[in-house]
Design a protein around this ligand. Structure first.
Ligand SMILES: *Cc1c(COP(=O)(O)O)cnc(C)c1O
Length: 398
């Protein structure tokens, strides 16, 4: 019997759950975009965004999704024909490199497969081999949302410095910002891209590009940057309309203000710790189920797992069948497997994902896990006992 009435839970890796405070802040008539509250509200977002990113440098805001932020970042520092190095730990590394190719860049991909983070030493080797310094930037994804691999960005910076290569370090934190620890300046990141609809808990529609002075200098040396993508007037506006190169994303501004207020009230350290504990509860349950059945965490080493998204293997067609069950019988929507197709499983039905980013607490994760276990029972998918007990122990011990 279908038991879906009640509040549903969209547990996919973005868009994430929106807090009531964000929804309420956005529920209003169109505001004046020429003067008044909206203007001050917008300028007030800037220091708080930088705080979340761990930078004292610059941020440009775009009306667009993560793909827009990818393109915006590249358009400011990469000219047609220039080379970028892309260490890929899943589908999203490829996605960013495709955007670079569309802008006319030459891409060199190092593929770390679907179950490994970026190996900084191999990136350093590739940079050391580039004696002519043709590589202008390294495009790294902090948390690849398809595999749930989390890479060590500070280590990547150290490895780049060790070979003395001048390439920019550009990092995609779309899945990780506001979930997994990230410190832009302390880790030596030159450019970072993020979007509104994951850890920032706002609807899709805002992209953010953070950049330091080294990246700003590269921008200044560019022969041409499209007027719309140019980050310079957005980051240093003389007039309000330059911030967005046109009409402001009015309602997103109100929503983001509410979300940043929540982030400041909780504090980044607490937010990072909360995501880690909830992730550990998930891992504990899955490991118990996997003791006597096919369920596996895609990332074997906890040190390389995201705290915001978890990619799981159950074997085709069980991943898709389980997702159907939790949605149709219990009001829980899980993420599809992404970038995980194989010859034996061309549609990637063997994989699925939990999104646990942003506005997520213990009861939601325990509900998610108990619902998944119910699905395993209902569908007679073999699994070990004790999954919920293992998760509860993590939550109880927090
Ligand atoms: C979601 C995501 C993107 C793409 O964002 P869109 O808003 O869907 O364009 C890019 N990179 C990562 C790591 C993501 O999680």
């Amino acid at each position: 019997m279908d038991l879906t009435q009640g509040r549903s839970y969209l547990a996919i890796p973005g868009p994430s759950v929106m807090p009531e405070a964000v929804l309420r802040a956005m529920h209003r008539a169109a505001p004046n975009i020429y003067e008044g509250e909206l203007i001050d509200l917008t300028y007030g977002l800037i220091p708080d965004l930088k705080m979340v990113a761990g930078t004292r440098h610059h941020v440009a805001i775009y009306i667009g999704n993560g793909h827009a932020a990818w393109e915006a970042a590249l358009a400011n520092v990469i000219s047609r024909g220039e080379k970028v190095l892309v260490p890929a730990s899943g589908r999203f590394g490829y996605g960013w490199s495709e955007i670079a190719e569309g802008l006319g860049a030459q891409t060199q991909i190092i593929d770390f497969g679907r179950q490994s983070p970026i190996d900084s030493e191999r990136v350093a080797d590739a940079l050391a081999a580039d004696t002519g310094h043709e590589i202008k930037a390294v495009l790294a994804v902090h948390v690849d949302t398809s595999t749930s691999a989390r890479s060590d960005i500070a280590a990547l910076r150290k490895a780049m410095d060790a070979v003395g290569h001048p390439a920019l370090l550009m990092v995609d934190c779309i899945a990780s910002l506001g979930c997994d620890r990230f410190e832009m300046d302390a880790w030596g990141v030159d450019v970072m891209v993020a979007a509104s609809q994951k850890g920032l808990m706002v609807p899709p529609g805002l992209g953010f590009v953070f950049f330091n002075d080294k990246a700003a200098a590269v921008r200044e040396s560019m022969p041409r940057v499209s007027r719309y993508w140019d980050w310079t007037p957005r980051a240093n506006p003389e007039f309000y309309y330059q911030l967005f190169c046109g009409t402001a994303p009015t309602h997103h501004i109100y929503g983001l203000r509410a979300a940043l207020d929540m982030i400041k009230a909780e504090g980044l350290e607490h937010i990072w710790a909360r995501h880690e504990i909830l992730a550990r509860a998930i891992w504990a349950a899955v490991e118990a189920w996997g003791q006597d059945g096919p369920m596996r965490l895609n990332m074997a080493d906890p040190a390389h797992r995201s705290h915001a998204v978890t990619s799981l293997h159950l074997g085709a067609p069980h991943g898709t069948v389980l997702r159907r069950w939790t949605q149709d019988q219990a009001g829980l929507t899980l993420g599809i497997g992404l970038g995980m197709s194989t010859d034996a499983d061309p549609a990637g039905d063997g994989y699925f994902r939990f999104g646990h980013m942003g506005h997520v607490n213990a009861q939601m994760i325990l509900g998610l896990l108990a619902t998944v276990q119910s699905g395993l029972v209902a569908l007679s998918i073999p699994h070990g006992p004790g999954g919920i007990e293992a998760a509860s122990a993590v939550i109880a011990g927090a």
